[in-house]
Design a protein around this ligand. Structure first.
Ligand code: HEC
Ligand code: HEC
Ligand code: HEC
Ligand code: HEC
Ligand code: HEC
Length: 372
């Protein structure tokens, strides 16, 4: 009875709400909606992300206008057409919306183009063991007295899009971001392989506790807050390994990256490897190693839009060995910590964001201790 009531009340509310489509989904998918609301995808617009705003303010303007919309607010059809960025409900509430992602039929990586199915109320998703399309049906049980809902009364579901199983649906926006000089300023260098155990989705949208829908309760759902830099960063550390090798007079740390892409390639971002040695009750901190890609032109560091070359690249691709010129002694405990800074201190200065400590703080991905 409760289920029938939920469905009827949801449908009534749904029909009274049309503008902010995500709000409709919220009625039946409240947990996923609240995660999405805190995600970098909801916060991808200039309105919702101060770093984006600062960068757009500094960015040179031409007749093409706000080209960032293609990836940062593709749900705002007005700005896509006019190039004029205006604050509106889409920019604040759903710049990359539930419906936008769930109707991506295919992607053209070379041109960063997502091809939409343009179907109303029919969404793609992935679920092992389910194939084809599902329409709303009710299965009779209890001698026909109670109808158990199957699938969704609001929309159809299509389980047959391979791009949702292998992570390709993320690549239209994430494969690369070229500036005016055809230079990639957000290097991810991702390669999706058939044998990969994990995909963009299993690593960044892992199954977490809580039902995916109110009508049919499930134990878990795919995390829509996006595990990564802003959320669940230490769970991302599970995909990174450390190895420490001691040699005469020095030691080195090998960082192994088990993902299918480079780490820390976004413009102004930094990975930070910290070493702390505990010796006879004292802590010795070594100079941290920075993983980053510094970009510029004519040998000088520039803002990302002016760059046409990498001036420095210490990113972690598959593996990276970092040497430290320091002698480890017997009895030492060496703590290795890897973290990420959303933007470098220098980047924050250039963007006029140096007072926003939130963006330059060290976010831990993984820590491990080695004893000698
Ligand atoms: C009236 C309730 C209702 C509304 C409103 C609703 N859904 Fe659903 N949705 C469901 C139900 C029920 C399922 C089926 C879950 C199952 O098969 O176990 C579902 C399943 C899904 C799935 C597939 C989940 C899976 O793996 O089985 C996706 C994707 C989805 N909904 C997206 C959306 C989006 C996007 C919106 C907003 C535009 C939305 N839903 C609005 C009830 C609703
Ligand atoms: C081709 C798609 C695409 C275009 C066009 C694009 N971006 Fe991005 N941008 C991305 C992706 C994907 C990320 C996330 C990368 C990451 O975290 O490694 C990102 C991240 C960022 C970030 C970092 C945000 C944060 O909080 O970490 C900023 C700032 C940014 N973009 C600014 C811009 C600006 C300004 C423009 C327009 C001049 C623009 N981008 C155009 C795809 C794009
Ligand atoms: C960045 C793209 C993206 C956005 C935005 C997005 N989703 Fe999803 N969603 C996905 C992907 C990919 C999956 C498939 C996860 C999997 O393989 O289990 C998924 C899965 C789901 C599922 C099934 C959950 C499960 O555990 O199988 C539901 C329901 C759903 N999404 C609803 C929504 C709703 C509602 C919103 C908006 C509040 C939303 N999605 C926003 C990409 C997105
Ligand atoms: C085996 C797990 C794994 C897989 C598969 C994976 N990632 Fe990652 N990803 C990580 C880890 C670990 C990090 C580093 C922690 C962080 O910065 O969030 C990361 C970081 C990122 C970042 C931030 C990069 C930056 O500049 O700092 C983006 C964007 C991203 N991944 C997108 C993707 C996309 C798109 C795919 C699919 C092609 C993917 N990831 C596949 C584990 C994974
Ligand atoms: C419509 C374009 C688009 C699609 C599709 C998309 N993203 Fe993003 N993603 C972005 C943008 C833009 C940003 C940067 C957000 C910002 O500026 O704050 C971002 C940021 C991220 C980040 C880094 C920030 C963080 O919170 O760690 C990760 C990881 C990520 N996306 C993973 C994914 C995955 C996994 C998928 C596929 C399920 C996906 N994205 C699909 C545009 C997209």
């Amino acid at each position: 009875m409760r289920k029938i009531f939920l469905i009827v009340s949801a449908i009534l509310i749904v029909n009274s709400l049309e503008a902010n489509e995500g709000k409709v989904c919220q009625k039946c998918h409240p947990i996923i909606y609240s995660e999405y609301y805190e995600s970098s995808h909801r916060k991808a617009s200039a309105e919702n992300n101060p770093i984006h705003k600062a960068m757009w303010d500094k960015h040179p303007k031409d007749e093409k206008g706000y080209t960032c919309a293609k990836c940062h607010s593709p749900n705002d059809l007005e700005v896509l057409k006019s190039g004029k960025l205006v604050k509106n409900e889409i920019q604040t509430e759903e710049p990359i919306s539930c419906i936008y992602c769930h109707t991506i039929k295919d992607v053209q990586e070379e041109t960063n183009t997502n091809i939409s199915s343009n179907k109303k109320r029919e969404f793609y998703t992935a679920e092992k063991g389910k194939h084809g399309k599902a329409k709303y049906e009710t299965k009779k049980s209890w001698f026909g007295l109670v109808k158990e809902p199957e699938s969704s009364p609001y929309h159809k579901i299509d389980y047959s899009n391979e791009n949702f199983y292998n992570g390709n649906i993320c690549m239209g926006c994430h494969s690369h971001v070229n500036n005016e000089h055809s230079f990639d300023i957000s290097l991810l260098d991702a390669v999706i392989g058939k044998e990969d155990k994990n995909s963009c989705v299993t690593c960044h949208m892992p199954q977490v506790l809580g039902t995916k829908v109110t009508i049919n309760e499930t134990k878990t759902h795919a995390y829509h807050g996006i595990a990564g830099i802003y959320h669940k960063s230490t769970s991302m550390g599970e995909h990174i390994d450390f190895n420490l090798t001691k040699t005469n007079g020095s030691f080195s740390v090998m960082v192994t990256n088990k993902s299918n892409h480079a780490l820390f390639g976004q413009a102004l971002r930094q990975g930070v490897l910290k070493i702390t040695i505990s010796r006879e009750g004292k802590n010795i901190e070594l100079e941290p190693f920075i993983f980053e890609r510094v970009v510029g032109k004519d040998g000088k560091v520039t803002m990302p839009w002016d760059a046409d070359k990498s001036l420095k690249d210490t990113l972690v691709y598959a593996k990276k060995v970092v040497p430290f010129n320091y002698t480890i002694k017997k009895g030492d405990e060496v703590k290795v910590e890897l973290g990420v800074q959303i933007i470098s201190k220098d980047g924050a200065n250039k963007l006029g964001l140096k007072d926003s400590k939130e963006f330059t703080k060290f976010r831990l991905l993984k820590a491990e201790k080695f004893n000698f």
